[in-house]
Ligand binder design. Sequence first.
Ligand code: 5AD
Ligand code: SF4
Length: 463
Amino acid sequence: MNSYSVTDSIQRAKELVSELGNTLGRVPTAAVITFGCQMNARDSEKLTGILIQAGFSIVEEESADFVIYNTCTVRDNANQRVYGRLGVCGGFKKKNPHMKIALCGCMMQEPSVIEKIKKSYRFVDLIFGTHNLYKFPEYLVSVLEQDGMIIDVWDKPDQIEEDLPVARKYSFKSGVNIMFGCNNFCTYCIVPYVRGRERSREPKEIIRECERLASEGVVEVMLLGQNVNSYGRGLENPISFPELLKEIEKIEGIKRIRFMTSHPKDLSDELIEVVKNSDKICKHIHLPLQSGSSKILKAMNRCYDKEKYLALAKKIREEIPDASITTDIIIGFPGETPEDVDETIDVIRQVEYDNAFTFIYSKRTGTPAAAMENQVPEEESHVQFDRVLAEVQKYAKKQSSRFEGRVMEALVEEVNENDPSLVTGRLSNNIIVHFPGDESLIGKFVNVKLNECKGFYYLGEIQ
Ligand code: 5AD
Ligand code: SF4
């Protein structure tokens, strides 16, 4: 395969897409189908940006002329969904001989997945992984020029590509990668194996990106990393995450700053101070608990115990009373007993989470937990899962309603899907509010009276 620069490759892809358009008698279409986390959503904006520049018209249907699945493998059900969708897409390809199908993302970093695709999904045209997304323009050229399956998966990154075209889903908000990979090796988690070692972007590149986004009208940025609290450690001139936040705060057009995800083991007092004293940093901390049992936390290699986590959550609640605290919880980790789950429920009762994502443990081949002997039967996990979910929902409802009657600032995101006379806005603490308004408000900040709490969202009115 020839090695072109990104710009040259996009130029060449453009010629090929235009030729395809002549053959088809219409503009070729492309669809980007995304699974998984905010990181993948951000990567998909890069894939979309490249496809637009190459001349494709972006659609949502998987019957498009070019379809790319950006996959996730954090839990097995994400993998199964990809295989299901791929089967359907293969059906479309039988009817459209010009169609090309591509796969990328975390699932592609697993050798067993590649073997399965080579064997059972031979109609796939292109496979690449998490470390070489910036090569997509080159691969696109190759796929449009030739038939046969192209596979290029690397086991580690070679560089951080800074200037790929990006098509943002929202004009007024954007994700910004501040680091890639993860070094924590929680024993259940496949991320360190498929996303590689932790690498922080240079602060000046992050600031430059945020400034450019601000100049394009973006008012809210979400700083993305698997563990933002360890940001900056490997850099030539190390800087801490709170220091980075203070720099981003200085950018005039940026009005709101969010971040995801905070590992409890590294959340510093300095961070709490910076969030507390900032008008721009949103009052929302996502603090994955995973388990409330110190025994299970140790087996998970989380590097904190129940007491340390509770003390941290208490400090956040005391210092920033308006902040919402959300979490991730795993049920059915090897060796987990109903008594361990009682500990998790005890933490839920004490922290009173504003919201929580609960997952049933999924065995990921190659992780230490997959080799542990005392795997929990699935039926037992479901019983415990229902117990935990009931508690989570109880407190989420209670927490959400604590703002009833108050006037708070919302950033309007979209016209309400079910009722076009309403718009949907998001508060600093991540709570959603629906209120009368129209399209012209999208991307604007408005003060909204939170009239009625409906569980996880509010109905309100502009003040
Ligand atoms: N099984 C279930 N949930 C998992 N997560 C990560 N790995 C697994 C797994 N093997 C969950 C964790 C993490 C979230 C993104 O996904 O709760 O915080
Ligand atoms: Fe996975 Fe743990 Fe890293 Fe999060 S911190 S990505 S759960 S290994």
